[in-house]
Write a protein that binds this ligand. Structure first.
Ligand code: GRG
Length: 310
């Protein structure tokens, strides 16, 4: 399977719809909407929307059915990046190869554009047109998944724990085996929530919109968890060892003395962990009943996540 083509075809549909759906507000403040569109159009990989679509395709649906739901998820993801770059968070000046939102629009408007992206994501999810086979109950289930995985029981808690772990290495000297064990435990909480929750939301929303049976939903959710964990380990490796030009951002983990897999296990140890998680994700797909081609796409996306350079 040509996975790059698979991803870019589906990402194209999302890229076309995103600015239209996100900017359809009545009586907008024009600079606020400009800031929202600035971050949305900066060219992310659109991995979460593509995962949602692939999970939906497992149960026989087609991508065009759920483009607004996929856009809503990308809006939540984009808000998290805008806020993550703020001086009070990771304090990054570059994102997706461009100056971070707060560098262009100032901190206050960057915060507000993130707030609007998060809130309007639910308008886009719930007020868009879908084919009649998408039942209102399935849409409500998708909205509930998104709010739970993004909120205080999910991504935001992961971010709070991540901030708490900042300076972990600086403040407590040498890494003893006991500290490494404690650090790894803390890290799995951070990764599970900060990153894996939104990736789990992607596949869970795709499955919910397709009306998937409970057993398949659960197996896909576990696939999402393992893939999400793999994604963050790979991201931490790129932060210290990746090509900054390809990444489109300056790594900040070392500067912030962050608790990461490379800082605890070294880059090679972290790579081995990422590969283990990628294999574990793919193995969960065998438990899902559905289109072999779409499951093949999910497996190939897992390889892409593990090997990616940005
Ligand atoms: C509520 C004030 C406030 C802040 C919330 C929740 C949050 C801030 C931030 C989320 C944490 C976060 C940014 C996690 C990192 C996940 C991650 C590795 C993102 C990068 O995803 P990619 O590589 O990015 O898919 P692109 O640019 O390709 O979309």
């Amino acid at each position: 399977m040509d996975i790059e083509r698979y991803i870019s075809e589906r990402a194209r549909a999302v890229n076309r719809a995103l600015p239209v759906l996100a900017a359809q507000v009545k009586d907008p403040h024009s600079r606020l909407v400009e800031a929202m569109l600035y971050s949305l159009s900066a060219g992310g990989k659109r991995l979460r929307p593509v995962l949602m679509i692939a999970a939906y395709e497992v149960f026989g649906g087609k991508a065009s059915d759920i483009v607004p739901a996929a856009c809503a998820l990308e809006m939540v993801h984009t808000y998290s990046l805008v806020h993550d770059d703020l001086p009070a968070m990771d304090d990054d000046s570059l994102r997706r190869g461009r100056p971070a939102s707060h560098k262009v629009y100032g901190e206050a408007l960057a915060i507000l554009s993130g707030d609007a992206l998060l809130t309007d994501a639910f308008t886009v999810l719930l007020s868009s047109k879908y084919p009649s086979k998408i039942k209102p109950g399935a849409l409500l289930a998708a909205a509930s998944i998104l709010s739970r995985r993004a909120g205080a029981g999910g991504m935001v808690s992961g971010q709070a724990a991540d901030l708490e772990a900042e300076g972990f290495l600086r403040s407590r000297g040498e890494i003893t085996p006991a500290r490494r064990r404690a650090g790894l435990k803390q890290l799995s909480y951070i990764h599970l929530h900060k990153t894996a929750d939104l990736i789990m939301a992607a596949v869970e929303m795709g499955a919910a919109l397709a009306g998937a049976p409970e057993k398949d939903f659960r197996a896909l959710s576990e696939f999402g968890r393992e893939l999400g964990l793999c994604f963050q380990v790979a991201d931490d490796i790129l932060d210290v060892a990746g090509d900054k030009k390809k990444l489109g951002k300056n790594g900040s983990d070392a500067r912030n003395r962050k608790l990461t897999y490379p800082s605890l296990l070294g880059v090679e140890g972290a790579r081995a962990r990422a590969e283990e998680l990628m294999r574990s994700a793919v193995s969960r797909l065998a438990e899902v009943n559905g289109s072999a081609a779409a499951k093949g796409a999910l497996a190939a996306i897992s390889g892409f996540v593990y090997r990616r350079e940005n």
